[in-house]
Design a protein around this ligand. Sequence first.
Ligand code: IVH
Length: 679
Amino acid sequence: MEDPAAEAARLRGEIAHHDQRYHQLDDPEIADAEYDALVRRLRQLEEAHPHLVTSDSPTQRVGSAPSALFAPVAHAVPMMSLENAFSFEELQAWGERISRRVGEASAFVCELKIDGVAMSLRYEEGRFTRAATRGDGRVGEDVTANVRTIASVPERLQGELPALLEVRGEVYMPVSAFEALNRRQAGAGGRLFANPRNSAAGSLRQKDASITASRELSLFIYQLGAVEGGRALSTHSQTLEYLAALGLPVNPEIRTVDTLDEVYERCRWWLEHRHDLDYEIDGVVVKIDDLAVREELGATSKAPRWAIAYKFPPEERTTKLLGIMVSIGRTGKATPFAQLEPVVVGGSTVAQATLHNEDQVRAKDVRPGDTVVVRKAGDVIPEVVKPVLAERPPGLTPWPFPTDCPRCGQPLQRIEGESDTFCSNVDCPAQRRARIEHFASRGAMDIEGLGERTALLLLDHGLVTDPGDLYRLSPSDLLGLEGFAEVSVRNLLAAIEASKERPLANLLFALNIRHLGPAGAQALARAFASLDAIVAASEVDLAATEGVGPVIAASVARFFALDRNRELVDKLRAAGVDFGRVEEPALPQVLSGRSVVVTGTLDAYPREAAEEAIKARGGRAPGTVSSRTTALVAGAEPGQAKLARAVELGIPVLDEAGFAHLLETGELPVTGGAPGADR
Ligand code: IVH
């Protein structure tokens, strides 16, 4: 067992190192969760052995010393950190500590915990005069010129102006802007940012403000600093309303609730919906609403007692990269992926993670043997973010992207102007297996019991070479194969037989034509009514179909021009596969080509049913509002960000009755016009 004093010293050393990587270099080596674990362990040790506490321990201070790159700025009111809670019990314990000091709190404000860079903005007589980072909480860095380039930072405030106003908030980079920036960086061979927060920090830490200006940064204000004059305020929610009225960007997702049960409900709701937002949040900040009660509660040396951050479980963790492999998909696409020492991240155990393509591997330069940061966010497939260079063992060499297909040995080819690499051998066993698996999958021919394992078995025994051969299988072919007995043979053959009756759209999708997804297949099926008509159609005819663009049309024409694909069609015809089963849409397609976003709770439809109703009428039901949105349907407790965006873009906002009308007729209800549309 390590001696507590030695362990505390070691932990402080490690924490100081990671503080420097995070605050000075904007290039953390470890995930936040691992950093938090180090600080937690140190706090545990200090609680068990109070004589080990030192005044400069990371548990006693905030942030890190300001860098020499920017002029120092002393904060008139210190910028504090927040205490964290990772469970409902920890939230309750916080509530109990408050009750003991000031009696039971009656109102809590729940805000999003924006994952960005803390900033203090100063306004004198309503004019923006200075911006400073948090630094060590007392002294920060003067980044005025850089922050001035951020579009959402008002140069002048309006309304009941205080003589002096310092506000605190978070500078962040929207996720879409972060992804676009990394795509540009990868294309130009530049440095990739690990996540939106690092890219916001890196974009702010520029001597040349024009670089900051070229990055799409934004800001939310959530707290008052020093203030002289202005409106008298008695609650935090009033304060936020006042700041918004002055013209400052206040996050719209704010809710005041009465009990900690409701606070926790809000935290869980946001845990589910965090990825609906175009900015990253890492928790919910809970604040006592009553400013007099806050005053009474005061602060520790590090954090106010009147607020706590409920932190979400981590979506990034570090683990060992055991090896890099390349998988070959049904179109021949070669995707590099990492084999990892299993790690729990984003709510599940991850042992493999994608590396996307050759450019990404090169830009990230992860090497087998590295410790790497792995990320699994929401529904997105897990990915390797970057290596932890400080932990790289000596002698590791860069991983070379293979020149030949790892399965068939034929050369891999990269299409000019694209980032993907392909195995060009259509007879490659890996592609064959993936094509058969896709043919049998749900949404395609839906052949129950024909998955990866069976596809491989059939290919390995030479029983099939393409999906057309499935219809020639006999019981004697299958009996005796590993895992097959009389009943399973009968079931598989019955499932194959039943698949002959699938709709034309499924059959088209099953054929594995590049770029052709289920929606394009459906559009072609409805327009041409038979597979033979599609095979015979010219590229121009195909492109004239609504819902089929020139890329899909060219790809379909190219596919059927190849002899081998025509032979496949012949095999399917000979087997008796139905080429002309077109499913008429059950409902009039009044929303065809339209996009309707649903937010909040509707009486007549649970969320999924509302989205199904839109899709059943030919519409799309995406999760975010954009300029292409036809209408936003807002039920009870709608997402404030979606509402604000719709109003900003002049998109009609419908209530439940308006939605019913839209579903029935495809028409927007006639009202005074969209909110804000004629202003
Ligand atoms: S209030 C004295 N509210 O989280 C209280 N902070 O982990 C000051 N943060 O330093 C903080 N969203 O940089 C507050 N809605 C929010 C926040 C928020 C993000 C950041 C802030 C703070 C850090 C603590």
